[in-house]
Each structure stands twice: as C-alpha cells, then as structure tokens.
Design a protein around this ligand. Sequence first.
Ligand SMILES: [Zn+2]
Length: 316
Amino acid sequence: MDRAAAARALGVAPTASAAEVKKAYHARAREHHPDKGGDAEAFKRAKAAYDVLTGAAGGVGPGASPVAHPPRPPAPPRPTRATLTVSLAELCTGCVKRVRFERTRFPKGCAVRPCAACAGRGVAVRVVRLGPHVQQHIQSPCAACQGTGRTADGGAREAAQVDVAVPRGARHGHVVQIRGEGEQRAGEARAADLLVEVRQAKDPEWTREGDDLRIAKSLTLGEALLGTQLRLDVPGREGGPLHARVEGVVRHGERRRIRGLGVRPPRRPAGDVVVELAVQMPSELSEAQRAALAEAFPPPEASSPAPTHTLERAEP
Ligand SMILES: [Zn+2]
C-alpha cells in the first residue's frame, strides 16, 4: 500500500496532517473493530493505512519515510558499575584501594559507521501482540550499539583497574564516582563514569550500627559483680587496643559504651564503642562458695510452708 492508497483507505487527503490521519483512523477503527462485530478485513486495512501514513510501517511503499522519526540523539552513557569490598577498619580510617572490572574501549581514531543491527537508529523495535488484531510496537535502546546507532572496529573488552579513594567513615553502600573510567561507546570521545559501590566485609567480632562500633563480650559472674577490665581491639584505631574498665554490677545483656571512640566521619559526630555484656553463670557452686554467698546475701527466713514440688530444668 502506498501513501495515496493509504490516504484513500482512510478517506483523507495524501497531504493530511498527523492529527487528521489519527482522527480518521480512530473513526474507522471504531466502526470496524472486530470485537464490536465489525469487519476484520476493513479493520486491518485501516490499521495498515494508518501505519503507512504515520511511517510506522517502516519503508513500505514509495513515499513512506523509512524512518518514523528523526533519530534522537542517544541518551548519555549510563555509568558503569563496579563493587569494592573493604574491611570495617578500612571503612573507619578511609583507604585507597584498587578496583578491577571489565569495560569496552575503542582505539583512538577508529572508523565509525552506522550500527547494522538497528540501521543506525539506535532503537530496537519489538512487536507485542495484545490481541488478534492489536499489536504494540515497543522501542528500546539497541543492545548492539547501546542506543548510539554507531559501531566501530577495534572495540574490545579490557580488564581495567582504578584506584578508589574511600573516605574516612564511609558507610557500607557508599558510592564513589570516577569520571570517564567506565564503558566507552563507538564514536564518543568521553567514556561513561565509573560508579564504585563500597561494601564492608563482615567482621568476625565487630558490627557497625550507624557510626557506633559494637562488640559482644562475656563476663564471669565474679567479673559481673566485682568489675573487670576488657581489651578492645577497636577497628581502625591507631595506637593499639583499648583497655576499658567495667565497673560492677553488670546485668546480663547490659550495654556499656565509650563515647566518641566509634567511627569518626569528617562531617558527622563521632560514634561510640558499644560493648554488649553477657554474664556467664557458673554451672555449679562449691560448698565454700555457697557458704560465702549465704553470708554475703542471707536468704530470707524460711517462713513459707514446706515445698511440695521441685522445679525441673526445662530446655530453652
Ligand atoms: Zn544499534
């Protein structure tokens, strides 16, 4: 079907505007829609005529434009992503680490030509059938040329490595942006940016809560009652471990903290070191311990009736 035939089929002038063509097509489609008992052939003809006049048919017949719309300038390149895993100590102090990843690069001055996969349009069109007579054209950026419409010889994947500066106190998930170190597309001088997501490797002892550094420690009953001292290897701390006094009485599950010795980011208040204390009860007592405890903590007078039952140990 050429333009003139298409215009006749819709009952519009060959020079009709896009709005007139659309209006005429909608009227025909309503009239002939097969779901409403219309003539399926007439409906298909109206659709084909509409496609020719709007260019959606893509180069069918003389007069039809082979390109529906002038090619749009390709979207700016999407940044390339990489991840970098560092220790909790490295997040606390900040560090410079090398990240390795893959990217496509083109040699300087290579000849650029239109992409064969999309004929230089930069878009791939997929036809989705919504019903027996209705189909939808879905456009997406061409995968072969990443939407640029261009290819060039010599483009190759390469192993790349870039040094990434992780700022002091950065959090798990912090993203460092590095200009121009990502993927390159054919015919573009400047490559995409590289976004490096910084992840924290799990620490065997310490966990981070906001800017607090938390550790679990267990105390004997004696330590919990009489006080003790703990050695704390705080991640990222200069000058060796901390030796912190724990003054009794400590309840099981109690949290104690040292203010300001947690993560110290440059523009936020410093976090704390938080110690979660578990109290390990002795499994049994010697006679001497019983006697000493009875003297220190005299049990109440036995005034209640003689016991009738004993509470057994229950599994937790
Ligand atoms: Zn393409």
